[in-house]
Design a protein around this ligand. Structure first.
Ligand code: KIV
Length: 271
């Protein structure tokens, strides 16, 4: 079901209404102008300029090396392409963890320089003051709990979180604290579906799941993963909707062969 007729522009308020009406929120990542344009035209509700770009765009092993300047650079390209979707920007590692004031300043810089509509940051209770400070200043903040990739060295692996009761209780508590602090939505990453259901039902703000089952208010995937471009990455929560790696390889090989066989460019393709 498309939300295009209902909302000319997706805002935090629109996302809240979608939750109330029980209409699922759709979200994907983008890091460049062309992808963002295609997503916006397809009617996606939310585009995340995720710090996953550190892995799928830059080729790093984690998201940790991504800088504020890089997030701003990619977001500027994305917002230029978008008319309707809501653009949310990840705050990169160490741009908000130290003190709330620094997070506040960096969130302000992102909003001032990119034309995005909101920022996202990872963590529960320990970032609640930062979320409050940023959202009190009128900047919408999306939370992100469960598997938080910026804490990968603390977790030690990308396995799902919240499997035992203690961790599940903590995730539920963090979700409520973040909502209280002013977040307009929360990403739930790689947690059991039953826990995601419990979190979703206990909040008034929408939850967006990735590897968190069907009961979240919306779903997000990393776009290169769902397009089948990230060939070495096959977690079970990713459904591949296309096989673009194969398509690209075919196109590149045909191009190489055509040049070698003097089939490209043709007369029609010359001046
Ligand atoms: O960085 C990212 O793309 C994300 C999504 C996985 C939610 O945070």
């Amino acid at each position: 079901m498309s939300t295009e007729q209902t909302f000319k522009r997706i805002t935090t308020k629109a996302l809240g209404l979608l939750k109330k009406k029980g209409i699922k929120i759709t979200a994907l990542t983008a890091y460049d102008f062309i992808t963002a344009k295609l997503l916006d035209q397809a009617g996606i509700d939310l585009i995340l300029v995720g710090d996953s770009l550190g892995m799928v765009f830059q080729g790093n092993e984690t998201t940790l090396p991504v800088t504020m300047d890089e997030m701003i650079y990619h977001t500027k390209a994305v917002t230029k392409a978008v008319n309707r979707s809501m653009v949310v920007v990840d705050m990169p590692f160490m741009s908000y963890q130290l003190i709330a004031d620094e997070g506040f300043r960096n969130a302000g810089r992102i909003m001032k320089e990119t034309n995005a509509s909101a920022v996202k940051l990872e963590g529960g209770e320990r970032v609640a003051d930062t979320i409050k400070k940023i959202s009190d200043a009128g900047i919408p903040v999306m939370g992100h709990i469960g598997l938080t990739p910026q804490s990968i060295h603390q977790f030690g692996s990308y396995r799902e979180r919240g499997r035992d009761k203690e961790e599940a209780d903590e995730i539920l508590k963090d979700a409520k604290i973040i909502e209280q602090a002013g977040a307009f939505s929360i990403v739930l990453e790689k947690i059991p579906a039953a826990l995601a259901k419990q979190v979703t039902e206990s909040l008034t703000i929408p939850t967006i799941g990735i590897g968190a089952g069907m009961h979240c208010d919306g779903q997000i995937l990393v776009t290169p993963d769902m397009l089948g471009l990230n060939v070495d990455f096959h977690p079970r929560f990713v459904r591949t909707y296309a096989n673009l790696a194969d398509e690209c390889t075919k196109a590149f090989t045909n191009y190489i062969n055509d040049i070698r066989k003097l089939k490209f460019p043709s007369k029609d393709e010359s001046y």
